[in-house]
Design a protein around this ligand. Sequence first.
Ligand code: ARG
Length: 261
Amino acid sequence: MKKKILSAFVATVMTMTVLCGCGSAAAPAADNQGAGEAAKETLIVGTNAAFPPFEFVGDDGKPDGFDMALIKAIGDEIGYDVQIQDMEFDSLVSSIGNKIDVAIAGMTVTEERKNMVDFSDPYYEAVQAVVVPKGAAIATADDLKNLKIGVQLGTTGEFIADEIEGAEVSAYNKAVDAVNDLNNGRVDCVIIDKNPAEVFGAQFSDKVDVVAGENFDFEPENYAIALPKGDTELAGKINAALKKFKEDGTYDSLVKQYIEE
Ligand code: ARG
């Protein structure tokens, strides 16, 4: 009897060991760099630091913002040194597993992206908004038809714009370039996520208005961290850290600091 329980226990432990492949399954960064045994593994995190308040280049020339603070806190929690790599948004998904380990970039979970990467649990709910010239009569979905629409390349804003009847879509590498072309009159409106829309709206408050996405029936979107496909160990650690931060107030204080300020 006792023996039986013991061997069942041993078998369970062995299975667990095999399943978790214990040790450094989630140590892709060190592999990438060909680095030796460092005290802490490095997690190379891709972003596109032109999407305030989630990521932007700070006064010191380094990427800052809600996502940057969140991923650094996660790194601390799960024992990684976080190294940020600023790149074009459109290259992030295809760089996971080669140039970068994970990506955090206000990235919306989409079915298409899920074919290439896994996502952490969602950490923020967003929706697209429409930036329009001050006083413009753009208020409903019908008003968007046949317009010149600026978007950031490879974003959900672009995917939405591409579906609008008669729209002539211009895609920019940086969202702010789309807004600059709105101010120059080269496009009629810009479709971009709500929070950066508000930041640009405040920055150019004499020139633009921001119309909420609900007026156009845009669907809510969820931001999550993009992860290498099948790396359940890393996903588990990151999700556990996210959960802890939502419970212990860390998440709320980052929202206050970066998004609600
Ligand atoms: N949420 C949108 C998307 O996932 C836009 C994200 C753009 N992010 C950025 N850092 N530029 O497509």
